[in-house]
Each structure stands twice: as C-alpha cells, then as structure tokens.
Design a protein around this ligand. Structure first.
Ligand code: SF4
Ligand code: SF4
Length: 185
C-alpha cells in the first residue's frame, strides 16, 4: 500500500458525510450500473436534471475501503483534498498529514457523539445537514440547561471542524461540489 492509499484509508472524510453532502454524477458515469451496485442515485427535477447520491456513502465500508471502487464515479476518481495534495507534493510529510486527518476525525466523532446525546440518531445524513437541523430544532423548541450546554459544545466542535475543512481539505479545484462541514453549496 502506498502512502496516499494509507492516508485515505485512515481518513474517509470525503466519503462519510463530514466534508460533503452529496456526489454529483458526470456525463461518463453509468447511473444505472451505479444504482444496480447499490448507490442510491436520484435525479433532480428541473431544466438541467442532475444525477447524484447522498453522503455518507452507502458504498463506504467499515475499513474505509470503497465497495464499488472499480466502478466508482468520475468525481470519486479525480478528487484529492488539500491534505492529500500537499502530502503528495512534499509540502507536508505523510506523517503530518496523517496526524491532521486523525485530528479531524476526532472532531467529526465528537460532533456525532454530541448530536447523538442531543437525540439525533440520523447517522445516514451528512454532518452539516444534521447540525443545521439540530440548530433549527433547538432554536424553535423547548430546551433545558443541559441541552443548551451540549449544543454550545456541539457548535464549537462544528466551528472547528468547518475551519479545518476550509483551511486544509477543500481546494480551489473542488470537484465533489456540495460541501457539508463548510456549507460551500
Ligand atoms: S479527505 Fe483527503 S485524505 Fe481523506 S480520504 Fe478524502 S482524499 Fe483521502
Ligand atoms: S463511491 Fe466510493 S469513493 Fe465514491 S463517495 Fe462512495 S465510498 Fe467514496
């Protein structure tokens, strides 16, 4: 396994709903085949229909390998986050890149834990969406001091995660277009 593969298998943040809400299919992607392989591809209505599937990706395995790797969509083939690009270019060491993804994973895990403690168990939704739904729920619903304190922790953790995503992971040549933690959509 080369250092890039090792880094990505330790990370998975671009597939697990932390960095992105969805992946759009491109012209060369075989939507019917991807559907047959189990990806929940849907097509948006409108003048220019867009085929896409949500994240966390249903093809992401426990060990962070991709179940449909040989047939993965174009965006998944070409995407490289800033951390990976910097490591490949030698601007940071792979050891430093690994520490960064581990730190980001710990932050994302903290966000998930706090969401669960606040009653959100919708693990199939992207983190950004879950956070915004929780914000709406607490803003317009009845809360107690414990929930308010947890929500303050959650907001802080989400803020740090967004900063990490914006400063380290998203790149100018972003291809997985709809961001989650950074809400760049
Ligand atoms: S976010 Fe970057 S390091 Fe992590 S799996 Fe995706 S490309 Fe690899
Ligand atoms: S198809 Fe594979 S590479 Fe693409 S988002 Fe899903 S798990 Fe990641």
């Amino acid at each position: 396994m080369n250092p890039s593969e090792k880094l990505c298998l330790a990370c998975g943040l671009c597939c697990d709903g932390t960095l992105f809400d969805l992946v759009k299919l491109e012209g060369g992607d075989d939507a019917a085949k991807l559907k047959a392989l189990g990806l929940p591809v849907t097509v948006s209505r409108g003048k220019t229909p867009i085929a896409r599937f949500p994240q966390p990706c249903s093809a992401l395995c426990e060990d962070r390998t991709c179940r449909v790797y040989a047939d993965r969509p174009w965006q998944c083939r070409v995407f490289e986050c800033g951390v990976l690009k910097n490591a490949k270019a030698g601007r940071v060491t792979f050891a430093a890149a690994l520490r960064l993804v581990q730190k980001s994973r710990r932050l994302a895990d903290k966000v998930r834990r706090l969401l669960r403690e606040l009653g959100d168990t919708e693990e199939h939704r992207a983190l950004g969406e879950r956070f915004h739904r929780m914000s709406d729920r607490l803003e317009f619903g009845k809360t107690d001091a414990d929930a308010n304190a947890k929500f303050a922790d959650l907001s802080l953790a989400m803020h740090h995660l967004k900063l990490q995503a914006l400063n380290k992971f998203y790149t100018k040549t972003e291809v997985k277009e709809s961001a989650s933690a950074g809400r760049a959509d």
